[in-house]
Design a protein. Structure first.
Length: 290
């Protein structure tokens, strides 16, 4: 069990903010931190990793204190916490090959099978290349493999897939899930992508301006309780145009653009950029395998 009860004064785009968190995370779970930019999600990861010190509070993992402000001050160094961290910018060593990056991360840990890590992340043919010669998706897989080479108890992921295209993001989502299960990790993921969170995580913690707003399963947080229909999907309004006597909206659903007729009343209540929910009880789709 990971117990985090901390307070930390932060500078945010809106001014000073207090990160005030009291959460517990079960071992073996993948938990997503969700919320607007500047809410404190990355700062919470850095605090757990030992890269940022709280002002007050305590952090305990499996009953051992990693940090406490009182009665006796404890603050374990990052290297004492056995955490793997995948940063947004990958943070690979540019002067080392892929294999050398993994060897450096594994240190003297004889229990790490680097060949298996390379194959798990589809990096076998790239082992002697340097990061500058890799695509963004390949660098991301190296960053994940390097974090796993440390044999961490906890894996921290700071929006690791945000810069990738949809096809590569889905592929690496599978890599993340496979690694999480195979290495029996406790994983904490920062993400703004609701679809990604639903697909990967066991639980979600929503943070707003440093405070926990709500937490639970992805379906509990992202299902619209006031909408009773069985089928629900979110969409973004791309445009609303008149066609004859009716209005037609172009909607972005995942990575597909759909057209939908609107009533005059619906058209008045919507505008470009709105996020909406499409819902139906009579859902009988044709299915096509891609």
């Amino acid at each position: 069990m990971i117990d985090i009860q901390i307070q930390k004064k932060l500078d945010s785009p809106a001014g000073h903010m207090i990160l005030d968190v009291d959460i517990s995370i079960e071992e073996g779970q993948m938990v997503a931190l969700y919320g607007a930019s500047g809410a404190g999600k990355t700062s919470l990861l850095r605090i757990l990793a030992g890269l940022l010190q709280p002002d007050t509070g305590k952090i305990s993992v499996r009953g051992k204190f990693w940090f406490q402000s009182q009665p006796k001050a404890i603050n374990l160094k990052p290297q004492e916490r056995n955490i793997g961290f995948v940063f947004q910018d990958y943070a690979l060593f540019p002067n080392m090959t892929i294999l050398e990056n993994l060897q450096f991360a594994s240190g003297k840990n004889a229990n790490v099978n680097l060949e298996h890590l390379l194959e798990l992340n589809e990096l076998g043919d790239l082992r002697h290349k340097k990061p500058k010669n890799l695509s963004g998706g390949q660098q991301q897989r190296v960053a994940l493999a390097r974090a796993l080479a440390q044999k961490p108890d906890i894996l921290l992921l700071d929006e690791p897939l945000s810069a990738l295209d949809d096809k590569m993001r889905r592929k690496l989502q599978r890599h993340l899930l496979e690694a999480h299960k195979e290495y029996k990790l406790t994983t904490i993921l920062v993400s703004h992508d609701v679809e990604e969170i639903i697909k990967l995580s066991d639980g979600v913690i929503e943070i707003h301006q440093g405070k926990i707003m709500q937490q639970g399963s992805p379906l509990e947080l992202f299902s619209s309780k006031e909408i009773q229909e069985d089928f629900k999907v979110t969409a973004e309004v791309l445009s609303i145009e008149a066609e004859g006597d009716s209005l037609v909206a172009k909607l972005l659903v995942q990575n597909h653009v759909l057209k939908m007729s609107l009533s005059q009343e619906q058209g008045k209540s919507l505008q470009k950029g709105d996020r909406i929910v499409l819902a139906s009880n009579d859902f009988k789709p044709n299915i096509y395998k891609k």
